[in-house]
Design a protein. Structure first.
Length: 429
């Protein structure tokens, strides 16, 4: 059968414990009927997930940026070269499939999942979508950064039908990127993988924590860069960046003259004096000569409780957000270039590890106080924002993510193309 050799080579790795290296956070979709606050709280829960009694999915401890990942990805390239030479895999019909479905399309789905090593060939090729297929689909979804629902929805179908040749090319493109980061990155460092919308903290060669993230939109991209985390601002103000005044703030005020007041955004002139929004001509460029600052308070401030300063020429940073429901979404390309971090208190506690008197209890206390407090890191921590859309882990799991910024040279990919257009709104960073 097409792909059977590949399945045999990789099957033990898949069935011995599939990694969720880049899933990095809550893996559910909040129910629309729940209140927004319930959604936000739920998205911060640390969740684990099991596909069956035989297969569990856990978080990968090997850093994405490591020699071990380079080695594993090189082996994955060899596997995919072999797979491609034997014809790749079949397409799956565009039919909605889920547990209990029965059709020839399920047989095509089984063949496809066997070819990529997600389904044990011993599970058979019957027409019924049973628990084995459900588990295999969930594994496939995790490897492609999707919520593991088990249902073959549009996003899952699009990923299933990416040709093996395209996946091989993706791996070959990304091995070059991974090799560039396989040296000494520091005893402690932070990695933001933009296509994964995920953050890893790494210490002594192992991943200390995973965090889901919100990263830059397609038209407001998060930059690839190397920098250091140098300071943490608790209960910060948010100042509207100059680049967003024309793009977002002025159109908002033209559409709704009460927008700034409703969003608790104050206007200041060059002398630092507060002025009334009604005194400004919003149909001219007069508004660009003022400074706009949002009041403190995590319930309304776009930075949430915390901002992490990482000096760079792009004016971006990492921060909390009041809109935590985004961390449960498949697509987290939502910011104006900055990175929103899930479980930000844990992240900050790790950054401040070398700062005496700044444990988790102290962090919670200063956040509760509402006071503006700035803390410089005793030891600045290296931070790497990277663009990696394909890699493998030492246990044989091959991960793929959308080429959201079209930097792989083969278009944005099915997931990036499926992201719906978003209405104009003042960004949260």
């Amino acid at each position: 059968m097409t792909g059977s050799r590949f399945a045999r080579v990789d099957r033990r790795a898949f069935l011995s414990g599939v990694a969720v290296c880049a899933l990095a956070g809550a893996t559910f979709v909040p129910l629309a009927a729940r209140a927004q606050q319930a959604d936000d709280d739920q998205a911060e829960w640390r969740q684990s997930y099991e596909t069956s009694d035989r297969v569990s999915i856990g978080r990968e401890s090997t850093p994405t940026l490591s020699p071990a990942t380079v080695d594993a990805t090189e082996k994955a390239i060899e596997l995919y070269q072999s797979l491609v030479s034997r014809g790749g895999w079949n397409a799956v019909p565009a039919v909605e499939l889920k547990i209990g479905s029965k059709s020839k399309a399920v047989q095509a789905l089984r063949q496809r999942l066997v070819a990529s090593g997600d389904l044990d060939q011993e599970a058979g090729m019957g027409p019924v979508f049973d628990s084995f297929v459900d588990a295999a689909v969930k594994r496939f979804q995790v490897r492609h950064g999707l919520n593991p629902t088990g249902d073959v929805n549009d996003a899952t179908l699009a990923e299933l039908n990416v040709p093996a040749e395209a996946r091989l090319q993706q791996l070959q493109t990304n091995i070059v990127r991974l090799r560039a980061y396989s040296g000494d990155l520091g005893r402690r460092f932070v990695m933001v993988n933009i296509p994964s919308a995920a953050v890893e903290t790494v210490e002594d060669g192992a991943v200390h924590s995973h965090h889901a993230a919100g990263v830059g939109k397609i038209d407001r991209q998060s930059p690839i860069m190397q920098t250091k985390a140098t300071e943490v601002n608790f209960n910060p103000f948010w100042t509207v960046p100059p680049s967003l005044i024309k793009k977002d703030l002025i159109p908002k005020m033209q559409a709704d003259p009460t927008y700034l007041t409703d969003e608790k955004i104050r206007v200041f002139n060059k002398e630092g004096q507060e002025v009334s929004p009604q005194s400004i001509n919003w149909n001219s460029d007069e508004a660009t000569h003022y400074k706009y600052r949002q009041d403190q308070g995590a319930d309304l401030n776009s930075l949430g409780f915390v901002r992490i300063n990482i000096p760079n020429p792009y004016g971006v940073y990492m921060h909390d957000t009041p809109s935590k429901g985004v961390f449960g979404d498949d697509f987290r390309f939502v910011s104006s270039g900055c990175v929103r971090v899930q479980d930000v208190r844990d992240y900050v506690a790790w950054l401040l590890e070398d700062n005496p008197g700044w444990g988790r209890d102290q962090i919670d206390e200063v956040i509760r106080s509402g006071d503006r407090v700035d803390v410089k890191l005793t030891t600045p921590v290296p931070v790497y924002w990277v663009y990696v859309t394909a890699w493998a882990t030492p246990d044989g799991i091959v991960q793929f993510r959308p080429d959201i910024y079209q930097r792989d040279g083969s278009g944005p990919g099915p997931l990036a193309s499926a992201i719906p257009a978003q209405p104009l709104a003042l960004p949260q960073d």
